[in-house]
Design a protein around this ligand. Structure first.
Ligand code: ADP
Length: 348
């Protein structure tokens, strides 16, 4: 009795699984019946055939339903496995032979899901790290300013030997703080995709000469020669002038900041379709390991030195973004103790 009920339930299940093909079966049965009536005169044979066909159809529907149910269960259990994180790697997902195409699709979907989750986790880590860095960077100048002001209030204000010096130092830290805030605003604008670019052709010699002129005082203060080797007269290059100004200013400022003696040169070398822009210095240089990291946000080879010269650790990250927005790449060649060369290309 029990077995009979079990089989009946199984058959019911199979038939309900095969319900999707019911229309097709009815259609073929109807055609068969019609032809049987047309071709065969003997009514008894026709009715026997119809009953036989009906029984065969039931058996066939049961078989098809059984197979379909099995396949659906396989897919269901794989999807449930993904939902419950049972799989660690796409290779663990396996379906039977006739479902290979579906298996590949599910594998790819699973792989994408793993990558997306990894990416989100990485973003979260980067965000936390960035916040920690920003807080640290803000705290340093604020604590310093606070320290100087408190010392002055505690009596140092009347000590002519130190009062001006302390005020100068506090002032330098407010400048650092303001540099940091403007770099932070720039980097967040760039990274949130809000940087609007406005490209056009401009005279590169005129443009760089103007920047060099503005930066000469800074170089002179450090006794460094700042030289521009112009390109052929009237050479027009394509780019966003205002964003590129930040690139030139950051690279030339760095070249001056990290050079103790010698010179800083800016060169424009014409190529076939591009012009290569080079900023070269005779400064402290950068080791190979550090070259790989200087474009990271807040990375400095020598933190104290960078802070002492008003660095924020964000300059090169901003430069990289802007240069890449020009479909170019920033390249660095450097030798510690000899000097550094930063270069990128602009379209002619
Ligand atoms: P910072 O504000 O500290 O200068 P940057 O992002 O501009 O930050 O540069 C990152 C680091 O790369 C600097 O702290 C410095 O150690 C190194 N660096 C950049 N430019 C030069 C250079 N021309 N010569 C030597 N070191 C450099």
């Amino acid at each position: 009795m029990d077995i009979g009920l079990k089989v009946w339930n199984e058959v019911k299940d199979n038939l309900s699984s095969a319900k999707v093909y019911l229309k097709e079966f009815l259609f073929f049965n109807a055609i068969f019946i019609l032809f049987s009536f047309l071709i065969i005169d003997n009514r008894i044979i026709v009715f026997t055939l119809i009953i036989l066909l009906f029984l065969l159809s039931l058996v066939f529907l049961n078989m098809v339903g059984y197979k379909r149910k099995g396949e659906l269960n396989e897919v269901k259990s794989v999807v449930a496995g993904i939902r419950k994180n049972t799989f660690n790697r796409p290779e663990e997902i396996k379906l039977s032979k006739n479902l290979q195409a579906l298996q590949e699709e599910i594998k790819q979907m699973f792989e994408k899901e793993i990558n997306d989750i990894e990416y989100l986790k990485k973003l979260e880590r980067v965000r936390t790290e960035f916040l920690a860095n920003v807080s640290h960077e803000l705290r340093t100048p604020i604590f310093a300013i606070q320290g100087y002001i408190e010392t002055l209030l505690d009596g140092a204000i009347d000590d002519k030997n130190v009062n001006k010096n302390f005020l100068d130092k506090a002032n330098q830290h407010t400048i650092n703080l303001s540099n940091l805030l403007s770099d932070l605003i720039d980097i967040s604008m760039i990274e949130s995709g809000e940087m609007r670019m406005s490209y056009r052709y401009f005279d590169i010699n005129e443009y760089i000469s103007q920047i060099i002129q503005e930066m000469t005082t800074m170089a002179k203060e450090k006794n460094i020669e700042l030289v521009y080797h112009p390109a052929k007269a009237g050479l027009q290059l394509f780019g966003d002038k205002s964003k590129l100004k930040q690139v030139f200013t950051n690279l030339i400022t760095n070249a001056i900041k990290y050079t103790e003696h010698g010179k800083v040169e800016v060169l424009v070398e014409e190529e076939q379709k591009y012009a290569k822009i080079i900023i070269r210095d005779t400064g402290i240089g950068i080791s190979q390991e550090d070259i790989a990291r200087i474009f990271e946000r807040f990375y400095r080879v020598d933190k104290a030195r960078s802070r002492a010269v008003g660095g924020t650790g964000l300059g090169l990250a901003i430069v990289k973004h802007i240069v890449e927005a020009h479909n170019s790449k920033i390249e660095v060649k450097s030798e510690p103790g000899v000097g550094s060369e930063f270069s990128f290309r602009l379209k002619k």
